[in-house]
Write a protein that binds this ligand. Structure first.
Ligand SMILES: [Ca+2]
Length: 193
């Protein structure tokens, strides 16, 4: 089981970027009707400058999110190739209600139902856990919740079945924040079908 309470700095994606993301999403939804292809992210959902991670083994700089009909894809960019012992995670508030879910004691970060944990793949596989009580583990859902990670250079891509993120209740998206070398976010992502 993984205890998930790490508090640090908070960074919000610039407003203009969120505006662009929303605009791009609307455009992509229109394109979907014609092309039947998954939307591609054009702007990070959350970002943070490089070089400010201090002694942490990872330096988060960008999170992209997109989805197809069955999976949501989290693409995390680090400033440097992550090596050695490192862990990171995404907290997902899937009912967009910050009163329900994990209370971390920081109002804007409260309310997560799921935790997507990942680390050096040589150490442990990625998983999706139920974090409503602020504890989560790889055995919370069958088959690690269906999470899979590919680490390529400075980018980790984690796929999670949307079905898993709807086990605890209906959801059309989530409020996400990244935990690793600090706390970054939150920002809202709505599924595009
Ligand atoms: Ca919630």
């Amino acid at each position: 089981m993984t205890r998930t309470r790490r508090l640090g700095t908070i960074a919000l994606a610039p407003f203009f970027c969120l505006t662009l993301a929303a605009s791009a999403l609307a455009q992509s939804e229109d394109e979907l009707h014609e092309k039947k292809a998954p939307a591609k992210p054009r702007c990070p959902l959350i970002e943070d400058p490089a070089g400010n991670a201090g002694p942490n083994p990872i330096d988060f700089i960008r999170l992209f999110v997109d989805n197809d009909a069955t999976q949501v894809y989290f693409r995390v960019d680090f400033a440097e190739v992550p090596t050695g012992t490192w862990t990171a995670g995404l907290y997902l508030n899937t009912d967009l209600d910050q009163v329900t879910g994990c209370d971390v004691g920081i109002p804007q970060l409260n309310g997560s139902e799921y935790y997507v944990g990942f680390s050096n793949p040589e150490l442990a596989p990625a998983f999706v856990g139920d974090v409503r009580d602020c504890m989560s583990g790889s055995d919370d859902f069958p088959n690690n919740g269906g999470a899979q990670m590919v680490l390529k250079g400075r980018r980790a891509t984690i796929s999670v079945p949307i079905e898993t993120l709807q086990i605890l209740g209906p959801s059309e998206g989530f409020l996400a924040w990244f935990s690793g070398g600090g706390n970054f976010g939150p920002a809202v992502y709505k599924y595009a079908f």
